[in-house]
Design a protein around this ligand. Structure first.
Ligand SMILES: [Zn+2]
Length: 140
């Protein structure tokens, strides 16, 4: 049975989350190329990634298919999208100027997410990842 008012988590849903997050938290970040988002394979550890196609100059955000599961809070998915958008804003896997030497130098990603008002996503992520790690540990 399908729950009412709960959207299916497909690639269109991901695109709507990306739109929402970009508009609300990254409105100062110019979109300088085409950006695509889709669910990838059911990765257990790599929750998201962003890559630049050198030929087409388009950026591709990939989110683990594990996040299609409605038991994963939507804020956790938003957190992952926000994380990849920080990389985009910093010029990693995007056509924007590169602001750091390394994408995760000195915790810049979480710091910037907090500064941009995404603390609530971070809290949700921290709570979820704690349980998730335990679950993975005991299922091995
Ligand atoms: Zn990252």
């Amino acid at each position: 049975m399908k729950l009412k008012n709960v959207p299916n988590r497909d690639n269109n849903w991901l695109l709507s989350r990306l739109d929402f997050i970009w508009t609300k938290y990254f409105s100062d970040v110019p979109q300088t190329n085409k950006v695509f988002i889709k669910f990838g394979r059911d990765a257990k550890y790599r929750l998201g990634s962003i890559k630049l196609d050198k030929r087409t100059k388009a950026s591709f955000i990939t989110i683990t298919s594990m996040f299609k599961n409605l038991r994963v809070p939507a804020e956790v998915v938003d957190h992952t999208i926000g994380h990849e958008l920080v990389h985009y804003a910093h010029g990693f896997s995007s056509t924007n100027p590169r602001l750091h030497k390394y994408p995760h130098a000195g915790g810049v990603v979480e710091k910037e997410m907090k500064e941009r008002g995404m603390k609530v996503f971070h809290e949700a992520y921290k709570a979820w990842i704690k349980l998730y790690r335990k679950q993975i540990m005991y299922s091995r």
